[in-house]
Design a protein around this ligand. Structure first.
Ligand code: ZN
Length: 181
């Protein structure tokens, strides 16, 4: 397993619609392993292809909150939303591509998704609570949409400026080989 660098907003790759995965092969299995390792390492509860620069319709997630509980890694390939509840939920969301920024986002509280698993088989499941929010957040990534796109323009601009500053600082630290504290 290899940890892959996570793209930070703003990046044109985070704004693009991703291509379907044509077949589940070794390359995709390796990608899924790397994405799960990268997500757990971050740490995060979800990670989508474009966040590691792979413009394919795949995301991983594990929303088990209890640190003592067994992990429940999930890999969703070519996911589709087949149903969403009328009832909504508000969660304070964050994103590995927008570090340390959080904002409340309203989404359907339950969602039903169909996807292709690593076994090459079709799966369908209904998600609720944090799993539903995470699945929709990751699904959005595959269509070039970020959680800040649900916020007002002022808030979105403020967060984007902070990220531009963070990227400049990281680039400078990398260029001078200073340790990143
Ligand atoms: Zn995200």
């Amino acid at each position: 397993m290899t940890l892959r660098p996570i793209l930070i907003h703003p990046d044109p790759r985070l704004k693009k619609v991703c291509e379907p995965v044509p077949e589940v092969n070794d390359e995709i299995r390796k990608l899924a392993d790397d994405m799960l390792a990268t997500m757990y390492d971050a740490p995060g509860i979800g990670l989508a292809g474009p966040q590691v620069g792979v413009m394919k319709r795949i995301f991983v997630m594990d929303c088990v909150k209890d640190k003592e509980a067994a992990p429940e890694p999930m890999v969703l390939i070519n996911p589709e939303i087949s149903w969403t509840s009328e009832e909504t939920n508000v969660y304070e969301e964050g994103c590995l591509s927008i570090p340390d920024q959080y904002a409340e986002v309203t989404r359907p509280s339950e969602v039903r998704m169909k996807w292709l698993g690593l076994d090459g088989q079709s799966h369908e499941e209904q998600f609720d609570a944090l799993w539903a929010t995470c699945a929709q957040h990751e699904f959005d990534h595959l269509n070039g949409k970020l959680f800040i796109d649900y916020l007002g323009p002022m808030k979105r601009k403020m967060i984007t400026r902070k990220m531009e500053k963070l990227k400049r600082e990281r680039a400078r630290a990398g260029a001078t080989k200073d340790p990143i504290l």
